[in-house]
Design a protein around this ligand. Structure first.
Ligand SMILES: N[C@@H](CCC(=O)N[C@@H](CS)C(=O)NCC(=O)O)C(=O)O
Length: 215
């Protein structure tokens, strides 16, 4: 058994944050496939009882520790490995600030938007999609502006704030119906910088479950 296990599935950008971090820090890890699309596993009482009472992936298992919320998992891995860590107290607070903004407003809207537009059967209500798209454009512009004057979210080096914010940003543009990198040039350059880090892999390479059967 690998040192770390990650409950995940390929389409989950929330899980990708942690899968990517595990790969970038070069630890021994393995994915445990959670069948969300055909079996709704995270919604089952068994999953909530045994794996995560919040009914979500990712869940990171390390020895007798079982962690959920990608921001918590990233913090744990950064503290243990010393990599992608926010170093000073100010930097830690700054990383947390961006992780919360990301979870709620950047990928927190982008994930449901892509799900409702492309993956849900039946697809979501157009009015809901229009609301989400408006918020996404606004919030990606905030990140793009931030990246105009620094290579990474906190400054000169990549941290867990960056690894949180890339959650859904490498998935194909067709899945969103718009091209994030083409519309936000600083985000595009930043995504390329992160992609060049040793150990980077695409979410569909890192986590099981792609392509979805019958799609
Ligand atoms: N803030 C959480 C979000 C986790 C989350 O929403 N995960 C989705 C998959 S992408 C999930 O498990 N959803 C279960 C459901 O909708 O029932 C994190 O960052 O870990």
């Amino acid at each position: 058994m690998a040192e770390y296990q990650l409950y995940c599935f390929a389409q989950s950008g929330n899980a990708y944050r942690v899968a990517l971090m595990l790969n970038l820090i070069g630890v021994d890890w393995e994915p445990i496939f959670v069948d969300f699309f055909s079996k709704g596993v995270p919604r089952t009482p068994e999953y909530r009882e045994k794996i995560n009472e919040m009914g979500e992936v990712p869940v990171l298992v390390h020895g007798d520790k079982k962690l959920s919320q990608s921001g918590v998992c990233l913090t744990y891995l950064a503290d243990r490995s010393g990599k992608f860590r926010a170093a000073t107290e100010d930097e830690k607070l700054e990383a947390l600030r961006w992780i919360i903004f990301d979870n709620q407003k950047v990928n927190g809207f982008l994930g449901p938007y892509r799900f409702l537009r492309t993956l849900a059967r039946p697809p979501g209500d157009p009015a809901v999609l229009a609301f989400l798209k408006g918020r996404i454009d606004n919030n990606l512009a905030i990140v793009n502006k931030r990246l105009a004057s620094r290579p990474y979210m906190l400054g000169e080096r990549p941290t867990i704030a960056d690894l949180s914010l890339v959650a859904y940003l490498y998935y194909p543009a067709e899945e969103f119906g718009f091209d994030i990198a083409a519309e936000h040039k600083n985000i595009a350059a930043w995504l390329d910088r992160i992609k060049a880090l040793p150990g980077w892999k695409h979410p569909y390479e890192l986590m099981p479950g792609h392509p979805l059967p019958g799609r």
